[in-house]
Design a protein around this ligand. Structure first.
Ligand code: AMP
Length: 579
């Protein structure tokens, strides 16, 4: 037993398994859908960058860079650097009087000490701890300042920080980030980004979030405020703890982040940035609040929200969610005018955010856990996000397995999800495994049918209408039957989600298409098809974030359940052909 478990995911990393991974997909896919309605395009950025990028952009003094970077020397290059240094160093020994001799001596010393990291300083690379620096690097590298402005980009993926792992805090964690880069810093851009962010949380089903906003000034007024703050902090230094005392000199703003209870009354009396903004920053912040009101985006001001990264100016914000304990921030962001310049690009304004995917999923699962699923459709809310196979396709003998494989291929190409057990599995085992997966119908390729392109149908679940036990159907009927099964399953899952208050994932289009084909083929009566379309329009408004009245939810559930019963009585087979 111990042997089996000798390898485990390393500290701070973890595996994400089904059905939870379906929830992750939902969280990420919803971001893609919502962000694209605001004109954002997806960017894929590398997980590795030169360490210097983060040192420059995020800041040497920040925890992220000073303590949490996963960094190493890229060995082939470093080794080459070291080899070259050695050659040059030997050269230096020969040509004693050389202008760069001190440098070479330093190299000799470093080699002697085995201090290769220092030697290969320029070649250090890091796993990215955040995405903004890379997006700005890419903006410059690909000349995106010549694109129509502003450039709106989002990224989705893992980040790495060597933090102390706990619930909601990992060393490999995931973010969904968005950035707006361009020439304008209009408050409407900030407000629209926040509108999109809260719209996203709404759509994804994360309720009870709070948006906090602040302005931390710009490079004119902030330094003055920082000096003022430093002066005030020095006066109360004796009452502060070690960390805060150190920060008085290194980064006084960070003292405002302190959660230490004894420091709170002291911090509350400190001067507030809002009273020290320059006229431009004050006007920007005031306009932002107007723009948020215009968009009905609810927010709270929090003057202590300064955030841990160096590059922020003016607008900063954070979103917290309930049910997450101490790690309750699900998103952080702000304006970073000047960052692109700092990295060697042209004058550019920028604003962005990063959502903590892990925490959104955690918060959503805790919401899902407390929901009581509809009794008539007993599925757990998370599992309703999983796609179940529609059919199991199986052979019975040596000679039929290859036909089963080909049949599965054709059905999958038609959009049906197929469970194909491994060749040679005995029928009772196939049925057992299929039932555990929630599959209701088996298509059996038997020896007898193999000549006539006919397949046997076996009903596995009691909810499925009984078909004549040895019904043989042609391929086209297998497809029709499969579609009908899929339609029922999808409807059922959508209803289950509607009844638990979880937004149905958008499969409206797929459902619509299946419904239309089945009507056209004369399988679904028009009346039933019409009711499905009505039901779908309700599910679709839920998908598009429309508040549903309890009346329309009740109607949808009642009609949906009737419809499911009715669908079960429908015969998907062409009577004539089977007669
Ligand atoms: P930051 O990049 O530090 O502004 O963080 C943005 C968001 O990412 C936070 O609000 C968290 O939701 C999430 N986050 C940051 N660090 C971690 C971590 N170590 N583990 C999980 N989520 C994190």
């Amino acid at each position: 037993m111990t042997e089996r478990k000798q390898f485990r995911a390393i500290k701070g990393t973890r595996d994400i398994l089904p059905p939870e991974s379906a929830l992750w997909n939902h969280v990420e896919q919803t971001a893609r859908e919502v962000f694209s309605t605001f004109g954002f395009g997806e960017i894929h950025i590398p997980e590795l960058e030169l360490s210097r990028l983060f040192e420059r952009a995020v800041g040497d003094d920040t925890d992220i860079v000073a303590k949490e970077l996963f960094t190493w020397v890229d060995s082939p290059r470093a080794n080459k650097g070291i080899r070259e240094a050695r050659v040059k160093a030997i050269g230096a020994n020969y040509r004693g009087n050389d202008p760069v001799a001190p440098l070479r001596e330093e190299m000799i010393r470093l080699i002697g000490e085995g201090n290769f990291d220092k030697l290969a300083e320029a070649n250090r690379i890091s796993l990215r701890p955040e995405g903004t620096a890379s997006v700005c690097r890419a903006y410059i590298e690909h000349g995106m300042y010549t694109w129509p402005q502003p450039v709106k980009l989002y990224y989705i993926g893992p980040m790495f920080r060597r933090e102390r792992p706990q619930k909601g805090r990992y060393r490999q964690f995931y973010q969904i980030g968005a950035e707006v880069l361009g020439q304008s810093d209009a408050p409407a851009i900030d407000a629209e980004l926040l509108e999109m962010l809260l719209g996203y949380f709404d759509r994804v089903g994360l309720t009870r979030t709070t948006l906090y906003i602040n302005s931390i000034g710009d490079k004119r007024c902030r330094p003055l405020y920082v000096e003022l703050l430093r002066g005030e902090l020095r006066k109360v230094k004796g009452n502060l703890k070690e960390d805060s005392r150190r920060r008085i000199e290194t980064n006084p703003l960070r003292v405002l982040d302190s959660k230490i209870p004894e420091e709170q009354p002291i911090i509350e009396k400190l001067p507030r940035i809002s009273d020290h903004l320059c006229d431009d920053c004050r006007a920007h912040f005031a306009k932002l609040k107007e723009e948020l009101a215009l968009r009905s985006v609810p927010y709270q001001e929090n003057w202590r929200l300064v955030r841990g990264l160096d590059y922020y100016t003016r607008t900063t914000f954070e979103v917290t969610a309930e049910g997450l304990g101490s790690q309750n921030a699900v998103c952080g962001g702000g304006r970073y005018d000047g960052l692109v310049e700092l990295l060697g690009g042209p004058t550019t304004k920028g604003i962005g955010f990063a959502i903590g995917t892990d925490r959104v999923v955690l918060a959503l699962s805790s919401i899902l856990d407390t929901l009581v699923p509809n009794e008539e459709i007993p599925t757990s809310p998370i599992s309703t996000l999983m796609q179940r196979p529609d059919l199991v396709v199986t052979g019975t003998t040596e000679g039929t397995w290859s036909r089963a494989t080909v049949l599965a291929q054709s059905l999958r190409r038609r959009g049906l999800s197929i469970f194909l057990p491994k060749p040679g599995t005995k029928l009772p085992k196939v049925f057992d495994a299929a039932q555990k997966l929630g599959i209701r119908v088996a298509i059996i390729v038997g020896e007898n049918e193999s000549q006539g392109n006919q397949y046997a149908v076996r009903v596995l679940q009691p909810t499925e209408p009984k078909s004549p036990r040895d019904l043989r159907i042609p391929f086209d009927d297998v497809v029709r039957y499969g579609k009908l099964v899929k339609l029922r399953q999808d409807l059922e899952r959508s209803l289950a989600r509607l009844s638990t208050g979880v937004e149905p994932t958008p499969r409206g289009i797929a459902l619509s298409r299946i419904t239309q084909t089945l009507i056209a083929e004369g399988i679904l009566p028009n009346r039933v098809g019409g009711t499905i379309q009505d039901l779908m329009s309700i599910l679709n408004s839920a998908i598009h974030g429309k508040e549903l009245t309890s009346g329309s939810v009740d109607w949808a559930l009642a009609t949906g359940n009737l419809l499911l019963n009715e669908l079960e009585t429908i015969n998907p087979f062409r009577e004539k052909e089977n007669a």
